[in-house]
Design a protein around this ligand. Structure first.
Ligand code: DP6
Length: 354
């Protein structure tokens, strides 16, 4: 008997870390945000999701395995991505009668992250971006990164920013159907290649309040958040794009740190309050402030997602200054594993992805 033909495609997608944060949905079903956001894409050598999608006539059900564990894919978000991708494949099959009928076959998706899942290191972003692109490759869809970002957004909002390298913005969009709520490249990594990111893993535990639930509690209860979404972020989106275009680290640093602090202030203003930062996070903030004030300029910019891990952006020329200070900090503080050697391993340095 001839061996069954299995169709297969693989890809990987990087983690992105927002410098203007997405927090809040105006339409939870389509995953449309209350405000735009901008992120920096990290190197795939350090933090990435690798995904293989396959399909064959004998597969009996759709399945997803993440780091060796079976995951539930019946959720509306994953289903929305699969539905859209299958619909696009059907259009390909309708136009080409020789194209194999892949859209009707069940999918087997196998994904691996090389970093702690759900610890505030944007695992869902890399995960959904890789899942959507792997299936798009499998189906040989003629889709651009922007088209794919519209699909990945429905899996996890921040995932729409992980389909391109460099500096990426997610346009909030105005349309009710979400067709204009997509990601676009602000600048490629090569535009500002000396940007560096230090990831300080303060804790790799799963977070207490997931982003999806946390942000909707904020939307429902924080008055500070209304000001953030309507007044603060729209202005910052323009200012951050300009800072990136001008390679103006001073402006980039001021905007990123202020936006991170404003986002965490909104978390605190949520009822009940949400605490993502811990003592180690606050020590990292104080250290960055101290480094900047000693140098009388912005040497480093910190930002925190929905978890305690710090991401510190700096320029390659300041590598020694930043790494030196952080080595001193992590050597003594509990929460950084205590010992110098381990702490520095936890403090991964990432160059940016192309
Ligand atoms: C704090 O993209 O995880 O990291 O759309 O509900 O899946 P869902 O949320 P998610 O939220 C990310 C929030 C953030 C900020 C950001 O990445 O912009």
């Amino acid at each position: 008997m001839a061996a069954e033909e299995i169709h297969r495609a693989s890809t990987h997608a990087p983690v992105n870390i927002a410098v203007i944060k997405y927090w809040g949905k105006r339409d939870p079903k389509l995953n449309l945000p209350t405000n735009g956001s901008i992120s920096v894409t990290l190197s795939q050598d350090d933090l990435r999701s690798h995904t293989t999608a396959s399909c064959a006539p004998s597969f009996t059900g759709d399945s997803l395995t993440l780091n060796g564990q079976a995951e539930d894919i019946s959720g509306a978000r994953t289903q929305a991505c699969l539905r859209e991708l299958r619909q696009l494949r059907r259009e390909v099959e309708a136009q080409d009668s020789h194209a194999p009928k892949l859209a009707d076959m069940k999918l087997k998706i196998v994904s691996e992250n090389n970093f702690p899942t759900a610890a505030g290191l944007a695992s869902s972003a890399a995960g959904f971006a890789a899942l959507v692109r792997a299936i798009a490759f499998l189906y040989q869809l003629p889709t651009s990164p922007t088209d794919l970002s519209r699909i990945a957004r429905q899996g996890s909002g921040s995932a729409c920013r992980s389909l391109q390298g460099g500096y990426v913005a997610w346009n909030k969009g105005e349309k009710d159907d979400g067709s204009d709520s997509v990601a676009y490249e602000v600048a490629p990594a090569s535009h500002w290649p000396d940007m560096r990111a230090l990831i300080l893993v303060a804790s790799s535990d799963k977070k207490d309040v997931g982003s999806t639930a946390g942000m909707q509690q904020t939307v429902a209860s924080s008055t500070l958040f209304q000001h953030r979404a309507n007044e603060v972020v729209p202005k910052r989106m323009h200012a951050m794009e300009k800072a990136i275009h001008d390679r103006d680290f001073e402006a980039f640093a001021a905007l990123s740190t202020k936006d991170s602090n404003n986002f965490h202030a909104c978390c605190l203003d949520t009822d009940p309050p949400i605490f993502y930062l811990n003592d180690t996070s606050r020590a990292a903030i104080r250290l960055c402030e101290m480094i900047n004030s000693r140098h009388d300029r912005s040497v480093c910019a910190y930002t925190f997602d929905a978890g305690p891990n710090a991401v510190v952006y700096y320029l390659a020329n300041d590598e020694e200054a930043v790494a030196g200070y952080f080595k001193a900090l992590v050597g003594d503080k509990p929460g950084w594993e205590g010992k110098r050697g381990q702490a520095i391993q936890a403090a991964q340095k990432s160059v940016l992805a192309g």
